[in-house]
Design a protein around this ligand. Sequence first.
Ligand code: ATP
Length: 253
Amino acid sequence: MMLQVNHLFKSYQTGKVTYPVLKDVCFEVNKGEFVGIMGASGSGKTTMLNCISCFLPFDKGEIRLKGTQLSQLNEGQIAKVRNEQLGFVFQDFMLLDGLTVFENVCVPKVIKNEPYKPMEKKARELLKMFGIEHIADKFPAEISGGQKQRVAVARSLMNDPLLILADEPTGNLDSRSSEAVIQAFIEAKEQLGATTLMVTHDTFSASYCDRVIMMKDGSVHSELVNHGDRKAFLEDLLNVLRELNGGDDHDVA
Ligand SMILES: Nc1ncnc2c1ncn2[C@@H]1O[C@H](COP(=O)(O)OP(=O)(O)OP(=O)(O)O)[C@@H](O)[C@H]1O
């Protein structure tokens, strides 16, 4: 088991008012799985991802990454988990404008002070895997959104993380670029055995997942499994989103 979220509770405090956001969330992610998280706006998806990222403390429950309970780590250990065991992909790419594509991909290893040769080899392999080796020397301003996000996926894999956390990775992309980014996650899974947890509103992107966890009002409403027929899975997802009323079922492709 790569990730276990057990009976997670989280509330926000605004003045004297406590606002519960996560209410007894339980789910698991296996090694090599590509898992989506969907649910209406405000159902707590980003909050949950931020708890798993160790960016937010939670009230109760536990989060285990390959067996290690995250809330028991100290600051130094958390920093190490974030850089070496988790990979991050954000909606707005978060590339460094002053660095080339190649240099951006190298950042997680530069932070670790690793030697250049193996770092270069790894970066070139990842760029090749995602079909972006020809833009290695370009700057972020010179490439498309879909290319930027594939660079971000390559960067997230530099340290062979246990888990990639992706928050709306296709949120700023058109459907063709979205598909290229989703293919990058699938390549990472098939060629490197990568494990990905992706929050998305995009049903089309989610239909490529092995499994989708549907959140409702701070709890897991249901889990849907992709049995291999993507179109049938897309229909399943749309049906549950309709049932959850207010679900985002407008992104169908
Ligand atoms: N820092 C904060 N302080 C107080 N309330 C917050 C804070 N962050 C989020 N919330 C509230 O918690 C709830 C869950 O927010 P969250 O962003 O986790 O939902 P979400 O499912 O990711 O939504 P979306 O799909 O719109 O991104 C919302 O009602 C939000 O207003």
